[in-house]
Design a protein around this ligand. Structure first.
Ligand code: COA
Length: 282
């Protein structure tokens, strides 16, 4: 009888197992995601070991014990269908306890998540395109600097179900990445981060008060990637303006997820979400 145990991951395991397996699944993680993700909740990453060999992983990140997000739900191919997945899934649920939990589920798993009590909120669409050096008619977008951190955290908290200061502290300082802020009279009305991934660059989040601001932030992010680079933007399908932005730049749909919640859908203005931060941590 084989011995299956589930325990917390170390940082090295988050990098070498969770992020690497996500890359193997074709989810194209960011080059430096592991450190930020792990720092956000150091006891929210689990690995399943079969006779000491890693066969399963999952993340269950708790944001200030107010909101949870599940990602990296993966069992190594040759070990699937043997009950290792559901055990680590249950561990994730147990850790997040009674929190409202979000996830971005792949199409093949949506029915399972419904069985586990999750409900569909909307679809997120991954768009892929080529960075353009577009004309930007505003000067309100500037590269992020520490001076704007508190404003950014406050702005972000209106567009995420919980304050995620801990996550953002590292996210805005990522290597091979750049955050841009949009300002009007020193008030922050949008921000975006672009980061280098296994393939090309992902823009996430792209949060903005209106289309013009979103467009300016998008162009600044494109410029950072460099004309001709491959870029990705994950958008809530129900935000028509976000979908139009992707379409305007010739981006094509390459992947989709179902954004689901275990309890009520958080009361957030999706119209201001042009790009989801990540599919792994929300
Ligand atoms: C999804 C995945 C992790 C499931 O792992 P697994 O080890 O193959 O699943 P198990 O053998 O533990 O499943 C046992 C049973 O629980 C069900 N189950 C698995 N996960 C479940 C969940 N989250 N909720 C409810 N039921 C679930 C299975 O459908 C199966 O049901 P059955 O016995 O009626 O057929 C695995 O298929 C995988 O790695 N897929 C590729 C990566 C991926 O797409 N992950 C999901 C991202 S959103």
């Amino acid at each position: 009888m084989k011995n299956y145990i589930i325990r917390n991951m170390t940082y090295a395991e988050v990098k070498d197992i969770a992020v690497q397996w996500a890359a193997d699944e074709g989810w194209n993680p960011g080059l430096n995601d592991a450190q930020v993700f792990y720092n956000t909740d150091t006891i929210g990453f689990f690995v399943g070991l079969l006779d000491n060999i890693p066969v399963a992983c999952i993340s269950a990140v708790s944001y200030e014990s107010i909101f949870g997000f599940i990602g990296f739900y993966i069992v190594k191919k040759e070990f699937r269908g043997k009950g290792y997945g559901i055990k680590i899934w249950n561990k994730a649920l147990e850790y997040l306890d009674s929190l409202n939990i979000g996830l971005d589920g792949v199409v093949a798993q949506q029915d399972n998540y419904v069985k586990s009590g999750f409900r569909l909120a909307y679809r997120n669409i991954r768009y892929e395109g080529i960075a353009a050096d577009g004309f930007d008619n505003t000067t309100s977008v500037i590269p992020y600097s520490k001076h704007y951190f508190e404003k950014l955290v406050k702005y972000d908290s209106k567009l995420f179900p919980a304050s995620r200061k801990r996550f953002l502290e590292s996210w805005v300082e990522l290597n091979d990445a750049q955050t841009f802020v949009s300002l009007e009279n020193d008030a922050l009305n949008g921000y975006a981060t672009i980061r280098k991934c296994k393939v090309g660059y992902k823009i996430g989040p792209l949060f903005a008060d209106d289309n013009d601001i979103a467009n300016s932030l998008f162009i600044s992010a494109n410029k950072f990637a460099g004309e001709g680079s491959i870029i990705f933007l994950d958008t809530p399908e129900i935000n028509v303006n976000a979908v139009n932005l992707a379409a305007n730049y010739g981006m094509k749909k390459v992947f989709e997820t179902a954004r689901m919640y275990s309890k009520e859908e958080p009361n957030i203005n999706i119209d201001n979400i042009y790009g989801v931060t990540t599919f792994e941590l929300g």
